[in-house]
Design a protein around this ligand. Structure first.
Ligand code: ATP
Ligand code: MG
Length: 551
């Protein structure tokens, strides 16, 4: 990717590919694939795999396929296929071919028949419980199935009958005949086909036998001509089986599997299964809930493809598992938005201010820069008049040490307007502060060149008469650290809804528009909940960062 710095040292995957190219291992250009199972929405962990596969494809003038690994009919659906296509495209990648493992069912079936004819696979009728018992343990070898020595003719007949729907789910299966005493449990006559009378999202009820992952995946790679099949570390122990399948089904110039460590991030959940659980239990509203670490959730929250790609490239690839701080992801989106979006004045928790010496009925326009880092982004005019709103937390009746904002008798700068002094505090019957009476100094107007005296605090404000009420949704992490145990637990409070007041220019905003709410953070107009009559904004990230890059 363009974000990738030149001359950084190559990762271990590139080193393997370099050697393959040098040695002429493959009779075809580099081809990688991103192979999601369409049983949920993609998350940021998948983004790492997507960025890795597509950038390797591009780097070696090869290409990358998007392959739906849809060999398990139960949990898969076309809705998930569509969302995955959208997310990969949104991240900025184009696939060479869009493939479906289910398109290879016939070919895979033929490969299984070949194994049977070679005496390398057999139909087994052990029950799942017996199968488990026969499998052995890490320290003890397994036991051979009594069905292991069926002759190929009988195996073929039974396998055809399985396909023809003669047998119920779980009554029999096809197993590879490898080695029940292998120290690698994956090699102990693994199941390669099972019966499932369940409709498939694409092939309907054409099939009632389905290949298992370890048998299907190498064949999918080989059929497409993949050269380097990149997957996560938990498949390392499956590699001998990957190689066995390709060898025994006699593929010339087969692909190779390379494993890397999966991405883990603090304070969040990273598995489709758990993400689905959050939705089912009501902790999240949908797959694209902005609190979710899904690509669609991050998009709705205001993350950009650039920030996600930068994050994936910054964290690099390794074989050792590690947990990346969520602050590093946040730092990437802050860096990206900082130079891209305009600032707006929005008061999240409004407290009324009356400027008692400002003429009633008068309004003036104050100039506000749109982005303090990018002069070319220009400025806009914001109305100022006698009644304003400020953040409730910009006032303290009894200031703590080093508090430079509003308190009785103190003068502060209202950004882009005047110096204002707080004189009087109005409270309701319960003692809650409802209003501040202040005065302004007309000499101090911003841009007038006034430099008579300095104030330490600058705060933002909106004009009450023209302010636009908006809903602002602030989010907290899905998981937080339990102080007592030091372990991450689900956070019971992840959403704060605020009734905020925005400067009138917010009416020009559209769903998907992004801003820095001055002094508060980055926000995006929500694409689902916002209406022209009442706008809703999602917090992308706060302004403050706790994460510093390692030196
Ligand atoms: P989940 O456990 O969330 O369901 P999965 O691994 O089952 O994830 P798949 O749809 O099978 O999801 O994965 C597609 C690809 O994405 C695989 O190659 C997988 O290794 C990769 N992938 C999934 N999660 C991560 C992660 N956290 N970090 C890196 N790669 C991942
Ligand atoms: Mg999975």
């Amino acid at each position: 990717m363009e974000e990738k710095e030149k001359n950084v040292s190559k990762n271990f995957i590139e080193t393997i590919i370099d050697r393959d190219l040098e040695e002429g291992t493959y009779d075809r250009p580099v081809l990688t694939r991103f192979p999601p199972e369409p049983n949920g929405y993609l998350h940021i962990g998948h983004a790492k795999s997507i960025c890795l596969n597509f950038s390797i494809g591009a780097e070696y003038n090869g290409s990358t396929n998007l392959r739906f690994d849809d060999t398990n009919p139960t949990k898969e659906s076309s809705e998930f296929v569509r969302s995955i296509e959208e997310d990969v495209r949104w991240l900025g990648f184009e696939w060479a071919s869009e493939c479906f493992a289910s398109d290879y069912f016939e070919k895979m079936y033929e490969c299984a028949e070949l194994l049977i004819r070679k005496g390398k696979a057999f139909v087994c009728e052990l029950t799942p419980e017996q199968m488990k018992e026969y499998r052995g343990t890490l320290t003890e070898p397994g036991k051979e199935s009594p069905y292991r020595d069926r002759d190929p003719e009988e195996n073929l007949r039974l396998f055809h009958e399985m396909r023809d729907g003669k047998y119920p789910d779980g009554s029999m299966c096809l197993r590879a005949k490898i080695d029940m005493s292998s120290p690698n449990i994956n090699m102990r006559d693994p199941v390669i086909y099972r019966i499932s009378h369940e409709a498939h999202h694409r092939s309907g009820d054409r099939w009632c036998v389905y290949p298992m992952y370890d048998f299907a995946h190498p064949l999918e790679d080989a059929i497409e001509g993949v050269t380097h099949s990149i997957c996560t570390m938990e498949f390392e122990d499956h590699r001998p089986l990957y190689d066995w399948v390709l060898r025994e089904t006699e593929w010339p110039n087969p692909p190779k599997q390379i494993e890397f460590a999966r991405l883990n991030i603090t304070n969040t959940v990273m598995s489709k299964r758990y993400l689905k659980k959050l939705i089912d239990e009501g902790a999240a509203e949908s797959w694209d809930d902005p609190r979710m670490p899904t690509i669609s959730g991050l998009r709705r929250r205001g993350y950009t493809p650039e920030a996600i790609r930068r994050f994936c490239s910054d964290i690099g690839v390794a074989k050792a598992n590690s947990v990346v701080s969520i602050a590093q992801l946040e730092s990437c989106i802050r860096d990206d938005l900082q130079l891209k979006v305009e600032s707006r004045n929005v008061v999240l928790d409004p407290l009324k201010v009356v400027i008692t010496n400002y003429p009633e009925g008068q309004t003036e326009e104050c100039e506000m820069e749109n982005n303090r880092n990018v002069e070319a982004m220009g400025s806009r005019m914001v109305p100022f008049s006698r009644e304003l709103y400020v953040e409730r937390e910009d006032f303290m009746e009894v200031p703590v040490k080093k508090y430079f904002r509003l308190f009785p008798g103190n003068e502060v700068r209202f950004k882009g307007a005047y110096f204002i002094t707080c004189n009087e505090v109005i409270k309701d019957a319960d003692g809650n502060v409802t209003e501040l009476r202040c005065t302004y100094d007309p000499e101090t107007r911003s841009g007038s060149g006034f430099n008579g005296r300095k104030v330490k605090g600058t705060i933002h404000w909106v004009d009450a008469a023209t302010a636009v009420p908006v809903t602002v949704r602030d989010f907290d992490y899905l998981k937080i650290v339990d102080e007592e145990t030091g372990e991450e637990v689900m956070n019971p409070h992840t959403l704060t809804i605020r009734h905020a007041m925005a400067e009138p220019s917010i009416l020009d905003s559209e769903p998907g528009s992004q801003y820095q709410f001055f002094r508060n953070g980055y926000y995006i107009e929500d694409t689902k909940l916002s209406t022209p009559e009442h706008k809703v904004f999602n917090q992308t990230v706060s302004l403050k960062s706790s994460w510093k890059p390692k030196k």
